[in-house]
Design a protein around this ligand. Structure first.
Ligand code: NDP
Length: 401
């Protein structure tokens, strides 16, 4: 049994803390800290009402390494679970090193002034975590997270080698708003408007954002348009499955989302460089975030399902085979259980599972680890037991696009 400190009181933090409270045999005590104390208190009240568990709350600016170090020392957790924004990753890793505590997150570091997802900044902490005898687990959400574990599980149990991998992320949910994002709008829009990139024959191939589209019929959702995108797990998967000839990531977007985004981009509202307005510097994308619905507010109205999974083609005993492994998650069920829609749920549950495997010592090691580096089996078993059941099917042929 262990004490954890969760930083970040958004949708993902809310789900993770609810699920931790539902597993008191693993998490003996939970501390939740975030920039806005009222958000921590609202989550703590919901957790108390649903489970009876009391969550300790604190206000923290996680960009402030000294303050975060002091909070870790004062609360004494075995693990810090970073569910704030990618901007805070390095500061929280520094605080964990200073306080001598293990670290975990769900998204890789990104500098504020450049929309560039890359593991290089966090991989550079390898020697410091190894020397301190501490573990840092990177990317224990759904994508990255479950999608990477799915690939490693297929490689362990179904295929001897993987030639091509496609990650298909479908949100078939409808929130009833003209335009809204299902997780932090600033991070979401930076991700979607960045050039697409996929891995092919040992190199990154870059194409304009949202320029490659395919229709795909998703189980329990139906046919949807999905777009080729860059997503951070492609970088770690290309590293840990070195034989892969091609790895791609696809995400579905409705026509209305694409139309709104195109207009916002054309008028400059998605810019991340400062502009002067009324004598004051503002970043258009941060202002846009302020006028868009909070992702957490979409929970009560979102209906439909998500379907996220991997299609892998490779050799088994010298014969080419293709497998499709995926999870389907229902927005309304996720809301009923935790007060959050499925996009937060599908990230918060794997965050709880990664934390559980670390604090129980099932996954351990000194250094910085991507989730692909640990045994997928205990994680896959916990997905089935904690709300994200998966299924695997053999397909008759590889994808034809
Ligand atoms: P939200 O924007 O809903 O929540 C982020 C929280 O972090 C907010 O409570 C925010 O506080 C807090 N925060 C921001 N800056 C600071 C700071 N300097 N110090 C302390 N707290 C801070 O985002 P989500 O919950 O949707 O996402 C959380 C994380 O999960 C993000 O990193 C996101 O990229 C990642 N993610 C990963 C996914 C995956 O599958 N791997 C999928 C979806 C998200 P305040 O409310 O005061 O602004």
């Amino acid at each position: 049994m262990a004490k954890v400190l969760v930083i970040g009181a958004g949708g993902v933090g809310s789900v993770a803390v609810h699920k931790m409270a539902m597993n008191p045999d693993i998490f003996s005590s939970i501390v939740l800290a975030s920039r806005t104390l009222a958000k921590c208190e609202a989550i703590a009240a919901s957790v108390k009402a649903r489970t009876g568990v009391v969550v300790e709350t604190h206000a923290i600016d996680a960009d402030d390494v000294a303050a975060t170090t002091a909070l870790i020392r004062a609360t004494g957790p075995a693990l810090v679970v970073n569910l704030a924004l990618p901007y805070q990753d390095l500061a929280i890793m520094d605080a964990c090193l200073a306080a001598g505590v293990n670290y975990m997150d769900t998204a890789n570091y990104e500098p504020r002034d450049e929309a560039r997802f890359a593991y290089a900044w966090q991989w550079a902490y390898q020697e410091r975590f190894a020397a301190a005898g501490l573990t840092a687990l990177l990317g224990s959400g759904f994508d990255p997270g479950v999608t990477s574990v799915f690939a490693m599980w297929l490689k362990k149990h179904k295929l001897d080698s993987i030639r091509t991998l496609d990650i298909l992320d479908c949100n078939g949910g409808d929130h009833g708003q003209a335009f809204a994002t299902n997780f932090n709008p600033e991070i979401n829009i930076r991700e979607v408007t960045a050039p697409a990139r996929h891995w092919e024959n040992g190199a990154w191939i870059e194409t304009p954002a949202l320029s490659t589209r395919q229709s795909f019929d998703f189980a329990q959702v139906g046919p949807k348009n999905m777009y080729l995108m860059y997503h951070e797990e492609l970088e770690s998967l290309a590293r840990f499955i070195p034989e892969m000839e091609r790895a791609r990531f696809w995400m579905t977007f409705g026509d209305a989302y694409i139309t709104h985004l195109t207009v916002l981009q054309n008028v400059g509202m998605t810019r991340i460089d400062p502009v002067i307005y009324n004598g004051q510097e503002i970043i258009p994308l941060q202002f846009l975030k302020a006028v868009l619905p909070e992702p957490a507010s979409l929970g009560p109205t979102t209906k439909g399902k998500t379907n996220i999974g991997d299609i892998a083609t490779g050799l088994k005993d010298g014969v080419e085979k293709t497998f499709y492994i995926y999870n389907v998650c229902d927005h309304e069920d996720a809301y009923a259980e935790t007060g959050n829609q499925a996009v937060s749920y599908t990230t918060g549950v794997p965050a709880m599972i990664g934390a559980a495997l670390l604090v129980q010592g099932v996954w351990s090691g000194a250094g910085v680890f991507n989730i692909e580096q640990f045994d997928p089996d205990p994680f896959m078993a916990m997905l089935n037991d904690h709300g994200l059941p998966w299924q695997v099917h053999e397909l008759a042929a590889p994808l034809d696009f």
